[in-house]
Design a protein around this ligand. Structure first.
Ligand code: FB9
Length: 509
């Protein structure tokens, strides 16, 4: 409709000087005309040039004064010749009129604001403001000085009107042939392809964004933690076995068979295959003995250790099971060589699911195995590790694990939450665990662990672990979230990220 009006008009007229006037003449909404002009211009059926016009229009306050008069005049007229008390006057006019009216009337030296009385200083006044507003409304041009005064009083505002003037373009035609984008079988069969308008190829058109794969936030942070360990000279342990024997998951760690964590309330035991196939018999014998009678300076637990209990297969409850396997293998290699190992993989616990706990999570574990290591070395490596994750203010609280003595829970002060957050656990593996493996007497192993989910949730501002895992994950969250901390530039962006999320982490300088 608008297109025919424009193309039709240009068939017999050289140009349309003002699209606004034209819209009014043909009775079509100017915005519709504008959109059609843009499209016709795009296909060069017309050549259009912007025209811009600015005019002063009244604000709502300005409009109200063209009806009720300016506040200073309203106030002046409310003052009887004999004067009136402020209280009385305030009752006669409403508060905004009183406030603005007083200011203007005093400025115009129309009234006297005495202590008691408000009185007129002149007989009568002209409502020049109202007249000016009416003239502006009717499109009259008034002095710049008055414009500035009215603008300062926010009674008028500049309105910019945009339109086009246009004339026939190189591809002008009274009727636009529908540009087709594809030559189809029907066109060929109908033979009407000859007088079809084919749409130009727009070689600079951006194709649909190449949707590459996106790493799940958890894997982005996993990658980051893995890099930190590699930069610290650690080797990754093979964790590709979710199914483990109770022996490596518990017994090798000197965790007694009646320990509460070893019952099915906490641990997923396997029905099939229910028992492990083979264990290093000589080592098993030494583990049995240290549980039952101790040795190596320990008095052991003094209970009747059962092989069938150790044979039970389960879903590993911690990657420390992998550490026990690797330390046992290391102990078989003579001469002893120091090692730094890490693991990041799934562990399974038959726990109640809540906002931050699922029946499985990813455990991050690091260990250093060397002669003469001390608790100080552990605290040192923890500071080094966590400072690379942006956590440098640490505190340690004595804790208990069946396989480490001493043990410490690790806390970091979180600027964003303004509180100390528990960020992991750690300790020195017990001699009852290490010596039966065959490690030299003076070899010590310091180790620590934390989850991957907690840092990922905090860094990505995810409140409920269900938003991190499973079918309810918001794919956009994954798409739009940048990778985390790799170099100075990304630290900057991470800073933005954290700030943006109201988190503040102290990043390594
Ligand atoms: O991850 C945990 N907290 C955490 C870690 C990082 C973090 O980063 C933020 C960006 C700033 C925030 C929080 N925790 C360990 C502490 C708690 O969340 C805790 O309530 C839950 N823990 C899990 C176990 O839950 C039963 C987290 C998991 C955990 C706990 C201990 C170990 C591993 C994982 C361990 C160990 C260990 C000890 C000694 C020797 C070897 C391994």
């Amino acid at each position: 409709m608008a297109e025919d009006a424009i193309l039709g008009f240009l068939e017999s007229n050289v140009n349309i000087s003002d699209s606004g006037q034209f819209a009014a003449d043909v009775g079509i909404d100017h915005n519709e005309i504008i959109n059609v002009i843009k499209s016709l211009h795009g296909f060069r059926l017309v050549d259009a040039q912007d025209i811009k016009r600015e005019k002063w229009v009244l604000t709502d306050e300005g409009k109200s004064y063209t009806v009720a008069g300016s506040p200073e005049v309203q106030l002046f007229l409310a003052i009887p010749l004999e004067g009136i008390s402020r209280e009385e006057l305030q009752k006669k006019v409403d508060s905004s009129v009183y406030k603005i009216g007083c200011a203007q009337a005093i400025k115009n030296k129309w009234v006297e604001m005495g202590k008691q009385l408000v009185s007129r200083k002149i007989q009568n006044v002209e409502d020049r403001v109202k007249d000016l507003l009416l003239r502006i409304r009717d499109g009259e041009v008034i002095d710049q000085e008055d414009i500035d005064a009215l603008k300062r009083r926010k009674l008028i505002a500049l309105q910019t009107w945009k339109g086009y003037s246009l004339q026939r373009g190189p591809n002008y035609a009274p009727k636009r042939k529908k540009a087709v984008t594809d030559l189809t079988r029907d066109h060929l069969q109908r033979g009407d392809w000859k007088d079809l308008e084919f749409k130009e190829y727009n070689f600079s058109a951006k194709g649909p964004p190449a949707e590459g794969g996106y790493l799940h936030p958890l894997l982005k942070v996993r990658k980051q933690v893995q890099n930190i360990f590699l930069q610290m000279g650690f080797e990754e342990m093979p964790t590709n076995n979710f199914v483990e024997s109770s022996f490596w998951n518990f017994d090798a760690l000197f965790q007694p068979q009646q320990h509460p964590a070893r019952d099915s309330h906490d641990t997923f035991f396997l029905k099939v295959p229910s028992t492990t196939r083979e264990l290093p018999e000589d080592y098993v014998e030494r583990v049995k003995r240290v549980h039952e009678y101790g040795g190596y300076g320990s008095r052991g637990y003094g209970y009747d250790w059962k092989r069938e209990e150790a044979n039970k297969n389960l879903l590993r409850t911690h990657t420390t099971a992998v550490s026990s396997r690797m330390l046992y293998l290391l102990a078989q290699q003579k001469p002893f060589t120091p090692k730094k190992y890490f693991s990041i993989d799934r562990v399974f616990r038959n726990e109640a699911v809540d906002r931050t706990h699922l029946a499985e999570f990813h455990q991050i574990e690091g260990l250093v195995c060397d002669r003469g290591l001390t608790l100080g070395d552990l605290i040192g490596v923890l500071h080094d590790f966590f400072s690379r994750l942006g956590m440098s203010k640490l505190r340690f609280k004595p804790a208990y694990n069946p396989y480490t003595e001493p043990s410490m829970e690790i806390f970091s002060y979180h600027e964003g939450f303004k509180k100390w957050v528990e960020i992991g656990n750690s300790g020195m593996f017990r001699p009852e665990m290490l010596l039966p493996m065959g490690l030299p007497d003076d070899v010590r192993v310091i180790a620590w662990g934390l989850s991957l989910e907690r840092p990922t949730m905090i860094l990505y501002g995810i409140d409920n672990i269900r938003d991190l895992f499973g079918h309810k994950v918001d794919l956009n969250l994954i798409k739009r979230n940048p990778i985390f901390l790799r170099n100075k530039f990304q630290i900057r962006s991470a800073e933005m990220l954290c700030l943006f999320r109201g988190l503040s982490i102290s990043l390594p300088t």
